[in-house]
Design a protein around this ligand. Structure first.
Ligand SMILES: NC(=O)c1ccc[n+]([C@@H]2O[C@H](COP(=O)([O-])OP(=O)(O)OC[C@H]3O[C@@H](n4cnc5c(N)ncnc54)[C@H](O)[C@@H]3O)[C@@H](O)[C@H]2O)c1
Ligand SMILES: [Zn+2]
Ligand SMILES: [Zn+2]
Length: 396
């Protein structure tokens, strides 16, 4: 019997590496002939995992975490026709059937057939269909022909694996935030949040031709990281309002478009920078974006937050100044990133050296047994994206 180990959520603030079941080509007691088993080459810790680990969701104890997966196909089900054993593949964090009306139009983040509770599923995530996570040695991926992206050359891919590992989530997610905010050549953009998604979004804005990318956060090391690849920065701990800090950079207090890479655990600005204010980013991006601009909102908002400060926020109701957005004819774009819409193009941007995404988000590779420490350091605000290497396969 093959062994498997994975990172399990135990209780708020605690994750543990445990012995877990080796995956089967099965969904419950039904065979999963369209699935594959992967030996995981790299699997990343995400800010989305932190919402669960901080106790801000209804994630059950024992949930095996991990939705950012890259791996080698070691077993393929009977009905897998095009993916082959031995292929090195990137797994979109969204699980999608490829057959429902949403998948057919590329909306793989809200597939209708992979989660009985609601549209959309992911590996190792609360309310996302109960699929086993991939911060592990091995994982099962269903609908493999539809979901997987094969890297064209394994040796070339292993040489760039620190970049390619980001295709399962944060690179497409940051890029999607920029695309849905309407970023293009010459745009002036405000990106809220300098975590891995914010940094990936800022690098994507450059890839799309933005003229100025202004990144805001309250963690100095993360802002320095944004500066290291050419972003302007605003320190939200300062008492100077965001609009005035923007005006000090570009001469006017307004940007063309903005992206929320923070979500519902947002903190306030200035003297409130240490206090949670869940609607801050949504209200801030409406106030600094020009009339007619678009707002990309990949930052996560939940339908239930047991740790929220008030009863309304406990069910995901926030105090958003929607009248302001309405008056400015803003467009809002929310939801899971449909990774598959972008991952092939972004893979090529990596393979042909059009972007240094691992450098932008400051990837650090760790072993599986160091995952709990990685979670702690990330929670403390390390300016890093932790990539777990469960089999010691990633070259130095
Ligand atoms: N839509 C999707 O498909 C998708 C995919 C991946 C991640 N996400 C979400 O994107 C968000 C960011 O992910 P991450 O991994 O970068 O998380 P993270 O927690 O590392 O980063 C969030 C950053 O926002 C900063 N911040 C807090 N309040 C702020 C404010 N008012 N203004 C500006 N910055 C502020 C924090 O200091 C932190 O650096 C999370 O909510 C995550 O769940 C969404
Ligand atoms: Zn993620
Ligand atoms: Zn579907």
């Amino acid at each position: 019997m093959c062994q498997n180990h994975g990172v399990a959520y135990i209780k708020p603030g605690v994750v543990e590496v445990q012995s877990i079941e080796y995956p089967k080509l099965a969904i419950g007691d039904r065979m999963c002939h369209h699935g594959v088993i992967l030996q995981i080459v790299s699997t990343n810790i995400c800010g989305s995992d932190q919402h669960m680990v901080r106790g801000r969701t209804t994630a059950p104890a024992g949930l095996v975490l991990g939705h950012e997966i890259t791996g080698l196909v070691i077993e393929a089900g009977r009905d897998v026709e095009f993916v082959k054993v031995g292929d090195l593949v990137s797994v979109p964090f969204n699980i999608a059937c490829g057959r429902c009306r949403n998948c057919k139009v590329g909306q793989t983040g809200i597939c209708l057939n992979v989660n009985p509770a609601r549209p959309g599923a992911a590996y190792g995530y609360v309310d996302m269909g109960g699929w086993v996570g991939g911060q592990a040695e091995y994982v099962m991926v269903p609908y493999a022909d539809f979901n997987l992206l094969k890297f064209p050359d394994k040796d070339q891919a292993m040489a760039k694996i620190r970049d390619l590992t980001l295709l399962s989530d944060i690179f497409p997610t940051g890029y999607h935030g920029a695309v849905t905010a309407g970023v293009g050549p010459g745009s002036i953009v405000y990106v809220a949040g300098a975590g891995p998604v914010g940094l990936a979004c800022a690098a994507s804005c450059h890839l799309l031709g933005a003229a100025v990318v202004i990144v805001g956060d309250m963690i100095p090391e993360r802002l320095e990281q944004a500066k290291s690849f050419g972003c302007e920065i605003v320190d939200l701990r300062k008492d100077t309002p965001l609009a005035d800090q923007i005006a000090a950079i570009i001469g006017v207090p307004e940007v063309d478009c903005a992206v929320d890479c923070v979500g519902f655990e947002a903190r306030g600005h200035g003297s409130d920078a240490g206090t949670e204010r869940p609607a801050t980013v949504l209200n801030a991006i409406m106030s600094v974006t020009r009339a007619g601009g678009a707002l990309g909102i990949p930052g996560l908002y939940v339908t239930g937050d047991p740790g929220a400060a008030d009863d309304a926020a406990k069910e995901g109701s926030l105090s958003i100044r929607i009248g302001l957005g309405w008056a400015k004819s803003h467009s809002f774009y929310t939801g899971q990133c449909p990774v598959m819409k972008y991952h092939r193009q972004l893979m090529n941007a990596i393979l042909y050296d059009k972007i240094q995404i691992a450098k932008a988000v400051n990837v650090e590779v760790i072993s599986l047994d160091k995952a709990p420490k990685g979670y702690q350091d990330f929670d403390k605000g390390a300016a890093k994206k932790f990539v777990i290497d469960p089999h010691g396969m990633i070259p130095n």
